[in-house]
Design a protein around this ligand. Structure first.
Ligand SMILES: Cc1ncc(COP(=O)(O)O)c(C=O)c1O
Length: 413
């Protein structure tokens, strides 16, 4: 068994007891299972084996260097969303042809960096950005490889904050303008249009929007081929969700079964940019109970040493995460709100949870926190960023040390 499960009543990660890791490294602490990442990466890769494809792991989900290196070791590629993520990819050992560069507001400096490196594709967001890419590439006497990010006006049926494929969203080029724009820019000296891209949202558990976006890209690619534009690949983005609460969700196989029929006849290679689906279940946030307090006539609160600064998803997306005691207790169950230590009422990790009454000093694991967890941590209330460890082959290593207050103030004068 891989990942987080109970062994003799105690929660372990790939067989290593979480209590042992927390005792040695302190809390709050992110713990990742390398075996889960490997397993879930391979599940997607194998599901698409019958069609030419490359997996570009979305670094935005979790870009800690050791995690990025793990993907490189698996033969993966990356999707970078900023100059910083490109830099991390290079430090992790990826080469430019393994990087696609996405992002709604790429700066001149970031575009120049991507063009000079010669990344596999810059996923262009607008005609304005195409103009800038063309000018930057011509000034460097080169041609930038570009995919048009298309906005197909498709509802991902996910949380509004992570839906990106509607025309009311800021992302991409409207589908009905894309043909004209592609034709126009394909004649530019500084631009080689090599692909089409769509990413309609994240935590998608109904596959129809993904199939719809794939069909739209295939139809557009046909039109462009008729226009003499040579498309090499279709980038179908990421977005496949996971089950945070145990309810059934599509598997990697279901995902491939939904997408492949839409793209197979195009004869075009596909790129996928999975993030959450691979790393979310591979991570847990460990935290210690600081206090258990009852508001008379109100609620029972379990106050953790981790909160919205370590994991903002519950506050930002109203996201549900399972929160489990690391050691099972036989005391009676109570109804609690699990909250963080910050000066915000919205600093709540779980509302109305039934669990054995905890005590100060108990350890808790917030599960499925490997994606959009550590990467979204902040220093609000002057809280240092948590440490991160990776469990691999029956042992663990610290892959990011805990930040100190000295680290924090080092930037200030
Ligand atoms: C362009 C792009 N690709 C890939 C992803 C990864 O999405 P997910 O983590 O849902 O797979 C995102 C995230 O929203 C994205 O914006």
């Amino acid at each position: 068994m891989t990942g987080f499960f109970r062994q003799h009543g105690t929660l372990v990660c790939d067989g290593v007891p979480l209590s042992r890791i927390a005792r040695a490294e302190g809390t709050p602490l992110y713990v990742y299972s390398a075996a889960t990442i490997v397993e879930r990466y391979r599940a997607i890769d194998e599901a698409f084996a019958s069609h030419p494809h490359t997996l570009h792991y979305a670094l935005k989900a979790n870009s800690t260097l050791a995690i990025a290196r793990l993907f490189r070791g698996l033969g993966g590629n990356v999707d970078a969303n900023s100059g910083g993520e490109i830099d991390v990819a290079l430090r992790a050992g990826f080469i430019p042809p393994q990087i696609v560069f996405t992002g709604v507001g790429k700066t001149q400096a970031e575009l120049a960096q991507a063009i000079e490196l010669g990344v596999k594709s810059i996923n262009a967001e607008s005609d304005g950005e195409l103009e800038r890419i063309d000018a930057l590439a011509r000034a460097r006497q080169t041609r930038a490889r570009v995919a048009l990010r298309v906005n197909p006006d498709i509802d991902a049926r996910s949380h509004p904050h992570i839906s990106t494929g509607l025309k009311t969203n800021k992302f991409g080029i409207a589908l009905d303008r894309a043909r004209d724009i592609a034709r126009r820019f394909s004649r530019r000296e500084g631009i080689e249009i090599v692909g089409l891209h769509a990413h309609v949202g994240s935590q998608i558990t109904d596959l129809e929007p993904l199939t719809g976006a794939a069909r739209a890209l295939v139809a557009l690619a046909r039109e462009l081929q008729d226009d003499g534009v040579r498309i090499e690949h279709l980038d179908l983005g990421g977005g496949l969700g996971i089950s945070y609460d145990g309810s059934p969700v599509p598997s990697a196989r279901d995902y491939a079964d939904a997408l492949l029929p839409a793209v197979r006849d195009s004869g075009l290679a596909i790129i996928l940019e999975p993030g959450r689906n691979i790393v979310a279940p591979a991570g847990a946030l460990l935290s210690e109970v600081v206090d258990v307090k009852e508001q008379p006539g109100g609620k029972l609160f379990v106050v953790l040493d981790a909160g919205m600064t370590e994991l903002i998803r519950p506050m930002m997306y109203n996201a549900f995460h399972r929160i489990e005691p690391v050691e099972t207790a036989s005391t009676r169950e109570v109804l609690v709100d699990v909250v963080g230590p910050l000066c915000e009422s919205s600093d709540t990790l779980g509302k109305d949870r039934r669990m054995p009454r905890p005590e100060a000093g108990d350890l808790f694991a917030v599960l499925d926190a490997g994606a959009y967890g550590a990467v979204m941590a902040s220093n609000y209330n002057r809280r240092p960023m948590p440490a991160e460890v990776l469990v691999e082959n029956g042992t663990y290593s610290v892959i990011k040390r805990r930040q100190t207050i000295d680290d924090l103030v080092a930037l200030e004068s």
